[in-house]
Write a protein that binds this ligand. Sequence first.
Ligand SMILES: CC(C)(COP(=O)(O)OP(=O)(O)OC[C@H]1O[C@@H](n2cnc3c(N)ncnc32)[C@H](O)[C@@H]1OP(=O)(O)O)[C@@H](O)C(=O)NCCC(=O)NCCS
Length: 355
Amino acid sequence: MSKNICFIDGLEGILKYREIDVNELVDLPYDAISYLLIQGELPGEQELAEYSARLRGERKIDGRVVDVIRMCNFDIDAMEALRTIVSFMSQFDPDLNDNSPEGNMRKAVRLIARIPTIVATYYRMANGKEPITPDPALSHGANFLYMIRGSKPDALEAEILEKDFILSAEHELNASTFSSRITASTLSDLYSAIVSGLCTLKGPLHGGARTEVMTMLEEVACPENAEEFVLGKIERREKIMGFGHRVYKTYDPRGKIFKQLAKELAETKGDMHWYETAEAIENVAIRELVEKKGKPIYPNVDFYSGVIYKYMEIPPQLATSIFAIGRVSGWIAHCFDQYERKKIIRPRAFMLDEC
Ligand SMILES: CC(C)(COP(=O)(O)OP(=O)(O)OC[C@H]1O[C@@H](n2cnc3c(N)ncnc32)[C@H](O)[C@@H]1OP(=O)(O)O)[C@@H](O)C(=O)NCCC(=O)NCCS
């Protein structure tokens, strides 16, 4: 069953959700992809309308949760706050201890719907502004941008963020999904499993790489500096963030789509600066690492998505938590699969040497 949630061919650069290539899924609404991952098949028109209505109806967060967000240290990365708040929020969920499929589905809908509201509320407060009430008329992506900015986003930006959520939604047994599954395998509740995923996603070798990419773009500043920057990294044996992948030994298929979207956004804005800076880094890195050293190290999901965030003026402190907004549907799909198995995951220590 779990094999069906996601399929990756790391040599050919193929990614499928529930046996459908992501290139065929990326133009659909995020809600449809969330349904696909969790229910196993794409929703029909009526099913999508009902699922979207459920998600849109659950976006608001409890006043007590808002009060705790107000007490956060706003100098920290939004992931620190998100992890704490999701954990805090569980105690107000009437289905907390209902581990039936129906109870878990109700919690799943609340988690998917409310995580964007938590991130946006934290961001607004960190900037001395009052939170924006979610708008049920807007899509997942458009509503998130509306909640952080306080004004309705333009159609292209909303569409690109929706695609970002889709491309971040699922990636087989990556580190954070594995964490979530381990927690679910003990038959602990869904909130605990999602908090485990959040804790793991924040690391710089995983979801945190997107934040590092944005910081790197600032540091490199312009295409002319890319050569010296990349050569310096390689000489010091430091990693170039947003490059390389444990499974892909070719260009990450999500990276390819993000590159195209970043170009489209840059052209629409009439500002190629960040795109050209990123492309210059990519060209030098591929020349040095792939062509000269023969290492299969190409841009991954985090590289051009970082460029997109620069154009959308999303601060680096939000980058990983936006990844989490998309990924939560994938974590939940895996947790549901794990609950059905009713079997604890218990690897042996010698297996660590193979990781
Ligand atoms: C993703 C990642 C953790 C995969 O790691 P891995 O499969 O364990 O690969 P390794 O770290 O063992 O690297 C293998 C070789 O490639 C090199 N390499 C891997 N990623 C590199 C990168 N981003 N920049 C430069 N060199 C890199 C390593 O230095 C190593 O070289 P060596 O054999 O001479 O020692 C790794 O590529 C990385 O740290 N990338 C940067 C962080 C990132 O973007 N993470 C998001 C992943 S979606």
